[in-house]
Design a protein around this ligand. Sequence first.
Ligand code: G3H
Ligand code: ZN
Length: 287
Amino acid sequence: MPLTTTGELVAEAAARRSAVAAFNVITLEHVEAVIAAAETVGEPVVLQVSENAVKFRAGRLHPIAAAAVSAARDSAVPVALHLDHVKDEALLREVADCGFSSVMFDAAHLPYAENVAATRRAARWAHANGLWLEAELGEVGGKDGRGPLDAHAPGARTEPGEARRYVEETGVDALAVAIGSSHAMTSRDAVIDHALLAALHDCLPLPLVLHGSSGVPDEELQRAVLGGISKVNIGTALSIAMTGAIRAHLDADPKGVDPRRYLAAGRQAVTDTVVQLLRTVAAAPVR
Ligand code: G3H
Ligand code: ZN
């Protein structure tokens, strides 16, 4: 199955009034696990590498990108590759020649005018280089170890009128919206503001993206897809699965030293988690 593009997968999902799931990958084991799960379920999938995952690799995008491209090309289901939460414009420019089809440019922490200026610049560059660009307005909390934003904090919710203006001013292809989810949650009890999602879906002419989906319970996730979310970003759930399985493996075999044994346990746990999440997203009622 050829490597496909995020733009195509999101457009197909939106046309079906459904969503494509996008999973953050840190290691080769994540890449293998997500693709194995997608093949099990028979669903397309987006693999995302975040700027933080690139920092973990001493700032080098190309080694993990090359591995992900190779694995995606061998996959039995369509796989697209996406660079996630990029703030560094130099890293944004590296994506053009590494097989990724899309980028999420994250200027949500900036005041509105600065967010618009930086995102418009990123979108123009992305489009000139054949890339699909996602951006964020209102800030989904919980990034970089910071706690979730209070629901009433400025920017904790995306305001529909401002979002409409932002989309016109920046020319982005998809918008991440702040509607109650938060990054890095290890419990699944986020409450989505469905009325706000409906208002955003009504007034915005582009696909909407849900970030911080690990903390969103299955039913809320399905309701969010029903309400207009076309791309569902999931990362922490994979970390919980991998770390829990490796911890259990090492606890049960404290003298073991072969990394293949505990990495296999971690990879399998990620596969199992991704299978469940793909089924949850695929089973969302159609809008
Ligand atoms: O962009 C990535 C996602 O928003 C992941 O969030 O780690 O809370 O699932 P999560
Ligand atoms: Zn995110």
